[in-house]
Design a protein around this ligand. Structure first.
Ligand code: UTP
Length: 292
């Protein structure tokens, strides 16, 4: 079955990027000239997704405004002969069929995904974490996961190796490489934010998963875990232990827009390739580097 629905949880409080995220959602932080969440929606669309549910909360109305029409702005651009900018702005509102749902309490990523139950219905669906932007790679990361789902018919986690001294910030997977298949693993267990003696491998789930609707009854039973939040990892652990999940190492580079260093990395990498500013920015970086 083709994956055509995606959920983007974007209702977190963004406490690691305060004060920027006090009044502005971290998902709206710009990478040069485009908000993080637009990269994510574009990745989903490029992967064949047609229907997207964005999970928001109080104070995230700018996300909805961004993907809506902007009649005054559009009229001004047209009147000023700025056709290219007009097309780009209108194009954002036509990217996909996007709907929104509010997570009324910030009870964790697992709880945010559970909010998508009615939207998802009886289909497999992708989850693109709202603060993880993935750029480059052979194919869009979400597409790589969807293809693995279509091949194996099981839930798929997007994985990457993580330095062992940092794995306690992520999750750790029990992952066996699959024969005759590159960058693909059979995942039979996982643990969120492990202590050093609980680490099962240096592979972690980073930002993307494709799930079957079987996750919902599990999420309904999942108790708050690390940080008092309902963790998606705790529910996926049950899937991994009972039916096995696939781990697919996606080829793109992931930038964590939920932390300050990740934001800086994303901006530098995108700016170095951006047609409008790349030369000027490169010159500037070289100049700055001289004085370091
Ligand atoms: P994070 O744990 O990275 O986001 O969740 P956070 O809660 O904003 O992080 P802090 O406060 O800086 O530690 C991963 C994704 O899940 C969403 C977030 O918006 C982020 O995109 N999320 C998290 C929800 O939608 N709801 C939640 O209750 C928690």
């Amino acid at each position: 079955m083709k994956v055509r629905k995606a959920v983007i949880p974007a209702a977190g409080l963004g406490t690691r990027v305060l004060p920027a995220s006090k009044a502005m959602p971290k998902e709206m932080l710009p990478i040069v000239d485009k908000p993080a969440i637009q990269y994510i929606v574009e990745e989903a669309v490029a992967s064949g997704i047609t229907d997207i549910l964005i999970i928001t909360n109080r104070g995230k109305t700018t996300v909805e405004d961004h993907f809506d029409r902007a009649p005054e702005l559009e009229a001004r651009l047209l009147a000023g002969g700025k056709q290219q900018a007009y097309d780009e702005i209108v194009g954002i509102s036509k990217l996909a069929n996007i709907t929104y749902m509010r997570q009324k309490e910030t009870k964790g990523l697992g709880h945010a995904v559970l909010c998508a139950k009615a939207f998802v219905g009886d289909e497999p669906f992708a989850v693109l974490y709202g603060d993880d932007v993935i750029i480059g790679g052979e194919k869009p990361a979400c597409q790589e996961l969807c293809e693995a789902y279509e091949k194996y018919g099981r839930s798929v986690a997007g994985v990457k190796p993580v330095p062992l001294d940092q794995i306690s910030k992520y999750c750790s997977l029990k992952a066996e490489p699959m024969e005759n298949e590159e960058k693909t693993f059979l995942v039979s267990d996982m643990i969120e934010k492990p202590l050093l003696d609980q680490v099962m491998s240096n592979y972690s789930i980073l930002g993307r998963v494709v799930l079957t609707p079987e996750i919902f009854p599990i999420l309904e039973q999942t108790k708050p875990g690390v940080g008092g939040e309902i963790q998606l990892t705790d529910a996926m652990k049950v899937l991994a232990q009972t039916q096995g999940m696939i781990g697919r190492e996606y080829s793109g580079d992931r930038y964590d827009m939920g932390n300050k260093f990740g934001i800086l990395q994303a901006i530098v990498q995108v700016a170095l390739k951006h047609p409008e500013v790349k030369e000027q920015f490169r010159e500037y970086l070289l100049q700055v580097a001289k004085d370091l």
